[in-house]
Design a protein around this ligand. Structure first.
Ligand code: BGC
Length: 879
C-alpha cells in the first residue's frame, strides 16, 4: 500500500513537472543521474522537446533539491548558455567527495525548464578510501575464485548507503545474500597497472538496521589471465591474484556516517568457482557451494584470514560508463539429442555472452558445455575456426567449454560469472546420463549496454538483415572497449574499431565507452607517440600491426565523437597524444609517404600497396590534427599541420595518381575509393576518379573487391560522388562476395572473411567489415553530421533515391533529438519525409536531376530553400 501511494504521488509530481519541462533527457557525463563520478568539472547535456523553441538556459546546481525549486542560497548558477548550445560544463565551487548534487535548467528569468536531475560524486582524493586492498594470500596460479566476507552490525537507522568497490580482476558483490546491481564483468578492462576502476552502488535497500553481511567473490578477468594464447596475457606485467578495496559508507538518520571497509577483519575461503578465465571458460563445482556464505549468521570459523596487498595502480578512477549486462535472454531454437550424455543446442543466432543450463542429476556428474559458432557435418560443435590462437599447456582448460559438476541436490542452474564467449551452439557432454529438453539451455547476449539510438527499415529484407547483423556484431564486440571478435581473441584491435566507429555512433549512444577507451590509449602510448595495435595490451602489439591504418583510432575516434556529440573534450584530451603520434609518423616518413601498416586486411582478391593506404591514414590524422588545432585555438599548429597535410597529399598523388587517366595505382577498388573517400583527390579530378571507380565496380560485376580499409571507403566513395545506385547494387548483392552472401547463407552476424568456407581468418562475429551499418544512414538516408555545427546542430541531409529500392527509412536519435529521413519512390515520383529535431537545422541537398514539387510542413519557423528548421516535412519530389 505504502508503495502504491508513493508511486502515485511520484506520478503526480512527474506530471506536474512535465507540464513545465521544455527540456528532457538530462544527462551528466552522458549518464542519467550517475553515482560516484569523479570528474571535477562534469558535463551536462539536455534536449529540447520536439516543437519547443530553444531558449538560452542557465544551469542551477545545489546539494539541496528543494533549494532548486526556489533557487535559495548556495545554488551555483551558470552563465547564460546560448540557446544554440545543449552542452555545458560545471564551473562552480569545487565539488565534494560523496556529495549528491541536484541540477536543473532555467531560462533567463529563472523559470524552470526541466525536471530536477542529479549526480553524485565518488572519491575525489585517494585519502577518501578507508578500506585496504586485500586478497587471500594465494599465488596467481591458484585456480579457485576466492570468497570474502564480513559481518557487522548497523546500530542505528540507515537513511542511505553506498558501496564503492575497486578491483584488480572481476567481482560480484552481495549484501545479506543478495547480489548488488546487475552489471557483468565489472570493472571494465584497463591497463591495470596504470588505471584501475571502481564502481559505486546505492546499497541503501540492501542493508538493514541490525545484523548485516557483505560478500565478495573475485574473478580473474584480464587481471590474472591464466589461459595461454599467442598474445601472452599470461605474462602481462600487472598480472596477479585478484584483489579488491571496498568501502560501504552508511549515513544514519542522526546524520552520522560509518564506513565498513575491506581490512584484516574480513575472512576468506574457497568458492565453488574452481576455475575462471575471461578468455576460455568457467568451471563450477556445485558440491563446494557454501549456502548462506554471504548472510550475517553464517559460521565462518573455518575461513582464513586475508592479507594486505598493494593497490594494482596508484590511479583509482570512477567507472563512468554504460556497464556490461545480460541484455537479452535467448531460448534455444533447436535441440539435437545424440544420446542421454550428448546433446547439441542451437540458439538460432550468433552472440557474445554466456549460456545457462538447468539440470538435475547425481552428485559428481561432470557436465561439459562446449560453445562454438558452427557445426561439423555430423552435427557436433566445431571450434576449428576460433581456437587457432589458443596455446593450452594441458587439457584442463578446454576452449570455450564450461565445466559444471552437479551437487545432486535437485534442479540446479549454472551460469558463468567471469567469462563470456562467442557462440550459437552449445554441445553438452555429461559423464552420466541426464535428461535435457530444449529449454534446459538458454543464452544471454552480453555487451556494454549502450542505449540504441538508430533504426533502419527498407523494402529490401536482406538489407534489413545486414543492418541487424551489423548491430549484433557491433554489440558483440563492445565490452568496455571495442573488440575484434568475442571468441578467438577478444582483443581491442584498433583498426577494426575506427572502421566501425561511425556504425557505432549512428546506432548506439556509445560516447562513454569511447571516452574510456581513449583513456586506455593514453595509458598505452609510448613517449615517442607509438601505440600498440591492441588496446589495452599486456605488452603485445607495439611491434606488429600498429601503423596508422590501425592506430589512427587516436585521431579518428575523438574527431567522430566531436562530430556526433558536438563535444570537444575528448579531442582536447587527445590533442597532445595525436600530435605525438603524427610527429612520430612524420619522423619515419620524411618524404610524406608512409609504409608502416598492415594494408587492406583480408581482401577479396586484389592487393593494394600498404604505402597507399597507410599514407592515406597518415593524411587523415594530420588533417584531423589541423582541424582540432583550429577548433582549440592553436593557430601555429593549425598552419603547421595544414601545410603538412598538403605535403602528404602532393607526395601521395605524385606517386599514385595518373593525372591523365584519373587512375590510382593499378586502379583496383581500394586504390580508387580510399583517396576519394578520404579527400586526397585533387578537386578537378574527382569526377574522373569516381567514374573510374564506378567502371571498375561494373567490371567486377558490381561485387566487392576490397579488404578492411576498402570497405570503409567503397560505398561512400561511390554514393558521395554521384554513384549511389552503384553503391546500393554492391551493398545489396546476395552472391559472393558480399554482405548479403553471408545473410542468405544464414548469418546473423558479420564474418571476418568473404568466403563462407575460408580456411583462415574465419571468425563468424567480426565487426571489421561493419561500415555498411553507417553507410545506410549516410549513403541512403543521407544523414551526416556537419562540421559547421557539430553534434547535429547543423544536419546535412543528402538522401539518395537509388535504383532498385522502393522504400527506405532511417531514425537517428541525435543529441538534439530524432532525425528522420524516409523516402518512397514510385516511377519518377518520390515522397520524402523528414523530421528535423528542435534546435537544429538541416541543409537539404537532393540528388542531381530531382526537383521539389510541393512541400507539406509543420515547421516551427518558415523554412528557407535548402535549409529546414526544426519540424516535420513531407516533400513531393520529381525526377
Ligand atoms: C583480428 C583482426 C585484426 C587483425 C590485425 C586479427 O587477428 O581478428 O580483426 O584487425 O588481426 O591484423
Amino acid at each position: 500500500m505504502k508503495r502504491i501511494i508513493s508511486l502515485l504521488s511520484a506520478g503526480i509530481l512527474l506530471s506536474s513537472i512535465s507540464l513545465l519541462a521544455q527540456t528532457q533527457k538530462l544527462r551528466c557525463e552522458y549518464l542519467e543521474n550517475p553515482l560516484g563520478i569523479d570528474q571535477t568539472a562534469p558535463r551536462f547535456a539536455w534536449e529540447f522537446r520536439a516543437k519547443q523553441n530553444p531558449v538560452a538556459v542557465k544551469i542551477w546546481v545545489n546539494t539541496d533539491s528543494l533549494a532548486l525549486v526556489k533557487g535559495r542560497n548556495n545554488t551555483w548558477v551558470s552563465a547564460n548558455i546560448s540557446s544554440s548550445q545543449q552542452l555545458a560544463t560545471y564551473a562552480g565551487k569545487p565539488l565534494q567527495s560523496f556529495q549528491k548534487y541536484y541540477w536543473k535548467l532555467v531560462d533567463k528569468n529563472n523559470q524552470t525548464l526541466s525536471a530536477i536531475a542529479s549526480f553524485e560524486m565518488g572519491m575525489l582524493q585517494p585519502s577518501d578510501w578507508k578500506g585496504a586492498w586485500i586478497t587471500d594470500g594465494q599465488g596467481k596460479e591458484e585456480k579457485n575464485a576466492p570468497y570474502f566476507r564480513k559481518a557487522f552490525e548497523a546500530k542505528k537507522e540507515i537513511v542511505s548507503a553506498r558501496a564503492y568497490i575497486a578491483v584488480g580482476g572481476l567481482y560480484e558483490l552481495s549484501i545479506n545474500g543478495q547480489r548488488v546491481g546487475n552489471h557483468r564483468l565489472d570493472p571494465m578492462y584497463t591497463r591495470f597497472d596504470r588505471r584501475t576502476l571502481y564502481v559505486t552502488y546505492d546499497v541503501t535497500m540492501h542493508l538493514q538496521h541490525g545484523k548485516n553481511a557483505i560478500g565478495v567473490l573475485l574473478g580473474n578477468g584480464w587481471y590474472n589471465h591464466q589461459s595461454t594464447a599467442v598474445w601472452f596475457f599470461d605474462k602481462a606485467q600487472w598480472r596477479n591474484r585478484p584483489t579488491f578495496c571496498l568501502d560501504v559508507r552508511i549515513t544514519y538518520k542522526d546524520g552520522s556516517v560509518e564506513t565498513i571497509s575491506s581490512g584484516k577483519d574480513w575472512k576468506t575461503s574457497e568458492s565453488p568457482v574452481t576455475f575462471n578465465s575471461i578468455y576460455t571458460a568457467e568451471h563450477y563445482d556445485a558440491r563446494l557451494e557454501k549456502t548462506g556464505w554471504n548472510l550475517p549468521n553464517y559460521d565462518d570459523k573455518t575461513w582464513k584470514d586475508v592479507i594486505y596487498r598493494a593497490a594494482p595502480s596508484t590511479h583509482i578512477v570512477a567507472q563512468a560508463l554504460h556497464p556490461i549486462r545480460h541484455t537479452n535472454e535467448i531460448l534455444s531454437k533447436n535441440l539435437k539429442t545424440f544420446s542421454k550424455q550428448n546433446y547439441v543446442f542451437d540458439l538460432g543466432e550468433n552472440i557474445s555472452g554466456v549460456s545457462s543450463i538447468t539440470v538435475k542429476g547425481n552428485a559428481g556428474t561432470v557436465i561439459r558445455l562446449k560453445h562454438g559458432e558452427r557445426l561439423l557435418p555430423d552435427g557436433h560443435v566445431d571450434q576449428s575456426n576460433i581456437d587457432v590462437h589458443y596455446r593450452p599447456t594441458d587439457d584442463k582448460d578446454p576452449f570455450q567449454t564450461d565445466i559444471f559438476i552437479l551437487s545432486g541436490k535437485g534442479e540446479e542452474t549454472f551460469t558463468p560469472k567471469f567469462n563470456y564467449k562467442g557462440f550459437q551452439y552449445v554441445e553438452v557432454n555429461s559423464s552420466e546420463p541426464i535428461e535435457l529438453v530444449q529449454n534446459s539451455i538458454k543464452g544471454y547476449f552480453m555487451h556494454s549496454d549502450v542505449p540504441a539510438i538508430g533504426k533502419i527499415t527498407s523494402s529490401n529484407p536482406t538489407l534489413n538483415k545486414i543492418w541487424a547483423a551489423t548491430n549484433r556484431s557491433y554489440l558483440s564486440n563492445l565490452f568496455g572497449y571495442p573488440t575484434d571478435c568475442p571468441q578467438r581473441e577478444k582483443n581491442g584491435w584498433t583498426g577494426d574499431a575506427h572502421i566501425a566507429s561511425e556504425t557505432g555512433l549512428y546506432n548506439f549512444d556509445g560516447i562513454t565507452i569511447y571516452e574510456k577507451w581513449l583513456a586506455d590509449h593514453r595509458d598505452e602510448q609510448q613517449p615517442n607517440g607509438v601505440l600498440p595495435s591492441i588496446i589495452p595490451t599486456g605488452g603485445w602489439g607495439y611491434e606488429w600491426g600498429n601503423g596508422p591504418d590501425w592506430t589512427s583510432t587516436i585521431a579518428i575516434i575523438p574527431w567522430n565523437i566531436y562530430l556526433f556529440y558536438g563535444d570537444s573534450k575528448l579531442l582536447k584530451d587527445s590533442y597532445e597524444p595525436i600530435k605525438r603520434y603524427v610527429d612520430h609518423i612524420t619522423d619515419i616518413s620524411p618524404n610524406g609517404l608512409c609504409t608502416w601498416g598492415l594494408g587492406d586486411w583480408v581482401p577479396v582478391k586484389s592487393k593494394t600497396p600498404v604505402e597507399l593506404t597507410s599514407t592515406a591514414y597518415y593524411f587523415v590524422d594530420v588533417t584531423i590534427l589541423a582541424k582540432a588545432a583550429k577548433l582549440l585555438g592553436n593557430q601555429s599548429d593549425y598552419l603547421k599541420y595544414s601545410a603538412l597535410a598538403e605535403k602528404i597529399k602532393k607526395a601521395f598523388n605524385q606517386k599514385y595518381l595518373n593525372e591523365q587517366t584519373g587512375i590510382y595505382g593499378a586502379g583496383v577498388q581500394t586504390e580508387l575509393s580510399v583517396p576519394l573517400y578520404w579527400g586526397l583527390v585533387p578537386e578537378a579530378l574527382k569526377s574522373k576518379v569516381a567514374k573510374n571507380l564506378a567502371d571498375r565496380v561494373a567490371q567486377d560485376n558490381y561485387h566487392l573487391d576490397v579488404g578492411l580499409l576498402g570497405t570503409k571507403a567503397i560505398l561512400n566513395a561511390l554514393s558521395e560522388n554521384g554513384y549511389a545506385s552503384v553503391a546500393y547494387k554492391v551493398a545489396s548483392q546476395e552472391s559472393y562476395p558480399s554482405w548479403g552472401w553471408w545473410i542468405v547463407n544464414g548469418a546473423t552476424s558479420l564474418y571476418e572473411n568473404w568466403p563462407i568456407d575460408a580456411k583462415s581468418d574465419i571468425s563468424m562475429n567480426h565487426i571489421m567489415f561493419g561500415e555498411i551499418g553507417a553507410w545506410l544512414y549516410k549513403g541512403l538516408a543521407g544523414i551526416f553530421p556537419d562540421e559547421q555545427g557539430a553534434g547535429f546542430k547543423s544536419i546535412i541531409l543528402k538522401p539518395n533515391f537509388v535504383e532498385g529500392l522502393a522504400t527506405f527509412s532511417a531514425d537517428f536519435e541525435s543529441p538534439r533529438g530524432l532525425i528522420h529521413s524516409e523516402w518512397e519512390q514510385k516511377g519518377n515520383t518520390v515522397i520524402y519525409k523528414i523530421v528535423v529535431p528542435s534546435n537544429a537545422s538541416a541543409k537539404v541537398q537532393l540528388p542531381e536531376g530531382y526537383k521539389v514539387k510541393s512541400i507539406n510542413q509543420k515547421a516551427i519557423s518558415t523554412p528557407q530553400v535548402g535549409l529546414l528548421s526544426a519540424g516535420e516535412y513531407t516533400l513531393l519530389i520529381e525526377k
